[in-house]
Design a protein around this ligand. Structure first.
Ligand code: FAD
Length: 589
């Protein structure tokens, strides 16, 4: 099969039906300089929207093309394209090489190892557990929250005004933080695991189009089924999954893991089991788990992260700003955006050291046609985030508007000082809403116009907020550290220059967004295992042997991922290292 990349296609080529097929076939034939009838088969391998020129919005595609005349004709087509003026790139297509999982069961039995434990069923834990199960290691997977169907019911009840369940909510439960998400499968990392993640998602029921979309997305409605299927695959391969079971203790002996304490969150029953290897894929919101890791003497560090608010606009405004007159073309879905600005450095006397260097302000996790969700996991705190369904057909677009902060902004040297900053903001948001006459877990909200004018209290004329429990109109500054509010105010007009309408006075900001990434890093060595602070290898000694603690920090909570794709990739990476270490004990990674 030939692969033609960088091929411009008209928007109509993205519609269903024979007319669209003809447009694609004609473009492929032109690229290969052959008559359309010479083409036997066309497969879409990648497609993105090029909207740089608003008068010429079109697709850019990579196609897989099979010529009816066979392999020789294809080799000739590659040669003919070389050096031909204006010809798109043509090369031989490399088909997907499926993930090969080595078999480790015999080695694990020979070493009389207890089954590995995977903590958490977010993307990192699920992909890790699936790999371990297929390697024959029969992982025990523990998840503090409920299975996905019970979780849906718990989230619905909370959205309808019920109590917050601290174990089963938008952050915790089967599928992890990603279940109630936009399901964007984009990532900034280049990982050899990415293709496998996408194929494993499809194997678990995700739509095939994620394999060719430049910005693939699944959506909450489909993710729920994908997550459920992955659990069944883990169990079918020999794993065991226990819900409402929380890791509450770790025991090390001579620097190596010896036992884990598990607590049934429904009954409070505590159980201690032997443990030689634990993958800790607990996500960024497991604050009590971070405390237990710190108190067990595991090496952790503070880490920069970002905080801010969700901003909502009518989706139509974003579509028009991005696609111009093409905004209503049926082949284009709801438009997205990604904006950033680096603020000018402030005078030396600025209170926060980071302001002296100039802060980064950016949009994150943009959800076209989505809704703002109540993402709290601790009672007495308000946290917002965004999600969407597969169709992305909601009335509003939302995105996080975040300001970068770092250890220099924290109040102490405790590795968990960033958690305290998050918690302070979440409680301030809860209080701000109550002070403005709101009910518990309603979110404080303000229009951009009011925020910039330092006035509070007006509802928006053209954006109806989507936050399920309702918003309380007030001054968002009361829930934000002053340097965060100031940075947002400075950035809004600058971001509006990049996306016209972004700082529309009627756009609505809802607070606070504090859980965009992990505020800590659980340090791991080249062997991907954590280090005990007391036994970390001397950095001055070259090639010092790395301790084999048996604890594998993994995914976003450990500070090694930022999103569904990178967390899933990290899950596979950690699983592969663990399997290697079981099969070849004592070998250097
Ligand atoms: P998590 O998904 O957080 O999973 C950790 C799991 O561990 C949780 O289920 C938790 O209950 C469990 N756990 C924690 N502690 C314990 C314990 N002690 N014992 C047992 N279980 C424990 N990312 C994207 O790439 N695209 C998006 O569109 C997107 N949208 C999002 C929307 C929302 C509303 C949210 C909240 C997040 C979104 N994200 C998105 C971020 C993404 O979900 C996370 O980056 C990703 O889920 C991190 O994966 P993880 O496996 O490392 O951790």
């Amino acid at each position: 099969m030939l692969e033609i990349s960088n091929l411009a296609l008209p928007l109509d080529a993205g519609l269903e039906g024979s007319q669209a097929d003809k447009l694609v076939r004609r473009a492929a034939a032109r690229a290969l300089n052959v008559p359309p009838r010479d083409i036997a088969e066309i497969r879409l391998l990648k497609r993105s929207v090029d909207a740089r020129k608003k008068h010429d919005v079109h697709f850019v595609a990579t196609l897989g093309v099979t010529l009816a005349a066979g392999a020789q004709a294809e080799a000739a087509a590659i040669e003919a394209a070389v050096g031909r003026k204006g010809a798109p790139n043509v090369k031989a297509h490399q088909p997907y090489d499926p993930l090969q999982v080595p078999q480790a069961a015999t080695a694990s039995r020979a070493a009389a190892e207890p089954r590995p434990i995977v903590v958490g069923t977010g993307p990192a834990g699920l992909f890790c557990a699936l790999y371990l199960a297929r390697a024959g290691l029969r992982p025990l997977v523990v998840e503090r929250g409920a299975a996905v169907d019970d979780r849906l019911a718990a989230v619905d009840a909370f959205n309808a005004g019920g109590e917050l369940n601290p174990h089963t909510n938008i952050q915790f439960g089967e599928g992890g933080a990603g279940t109630f998400s936009d399901g964007k499968l984009t990532t900034n990392i280049k990982s050899p695991w990415s293709r496998h993640v996408l194929h494993l998602f499809v194997e678990a029921g995700a739509p095939e189009e994620i394999l060719w979309q430049a910005k693939p997305h699944i959506g909450t409605d489909l993710l729920v089924n994908v997550v459920r299927t992955m659990r069944k695959q883990i169990v079918a391969a020999g794993g065991q999954v226990r819900f409402e079971t929380q890791l509450t203790g770790l025991q090390f002996e001579n620097g190596e893991l010896a036992a884990a304490e598990l607590t049934d969150v429904a009954t409070g029953a505590v159980e201690r089991i032997p443990a030689r290897r634990i993958v800790l894929a607990c996500g960024h919101s497991a604050r009590d788990t971070f405390e237990l890791i710190r108190d067990a003497g595991v090496h952790m560090e503070q880490k920069p992260f970002s905080v801010g608010v969700r901003i909502e606009h009518p989706q139509q405004l974003i579509n028009r700003a991005q696609y111009g007159k093409a905004a209503d073309h049926p082949a284009l879905g709801a438009a997205d955006y990604k904006l950033s600005v680096h603020l000018r450095p402030k005078a030396k006397k600025a209170q926060q050291a980071a302001d002296q260097q100039g802060r980064g302000v950016y949009t994150f996790c943009m959800c076209p046609g989505g809704e703002v969700v109540c993402a709290a996991s601790e009672p007495g705190g308000v946290v917002v985030n965004g999600m969407s369904r597969f169709a992305r057909d909601g009335r509003n677009a939302n995105s996080a508007l975040l300001v970068g902060i770092g250890p220099e902004d924290f109040e102490s040297a405790d590795p968990l000082a960033g958690v305290q900053l998050q918690r302070n903001m979440e409680r301030a948001a809860y209080e701000a809403s109550i002070a403005a006459g709101g009910k518990p877990y309603q979110a404080p909200a303000q229009t951009v116009g009011d925020f910039l004018a330092h006035t509070a209290g007006n509802t928006s004329k053209n954006v109806r907020p989507t936050y399920a429990r309702g918003v309380a109109w007030c001054d968002l500054r009361s829930a934000l550290p002053p340097f965060v509010a100031d940075a947002m105010a400075e950035a809004l007009p600058l971001l509006d220059r990049r996306l016209h309408g972004f700082a529309d006075p009627q756009a609505v900001m809802t607070g606070v967004e504090t859980r965009s990434s992990s505020p800590v890093r659980i340090v791991r060595g080249k062997n991907l295992q954590a280090q005990l602070a007391a036994e970390a290898p001397d950095p001055d000694v070259q090639n010092a042997p790395e301790p084999e603690t048996g604890l594998y920090p993994c995914g976003e909570g450990a500070g090694y991922a930022g999103g569904i794709m990178s967390a899933a990739c990290d899950g596979l990476r950690v699983a592969a290292a663990l399997v290697d270490q079981v099969m070849q004990p004592g070998q250097k990674p």
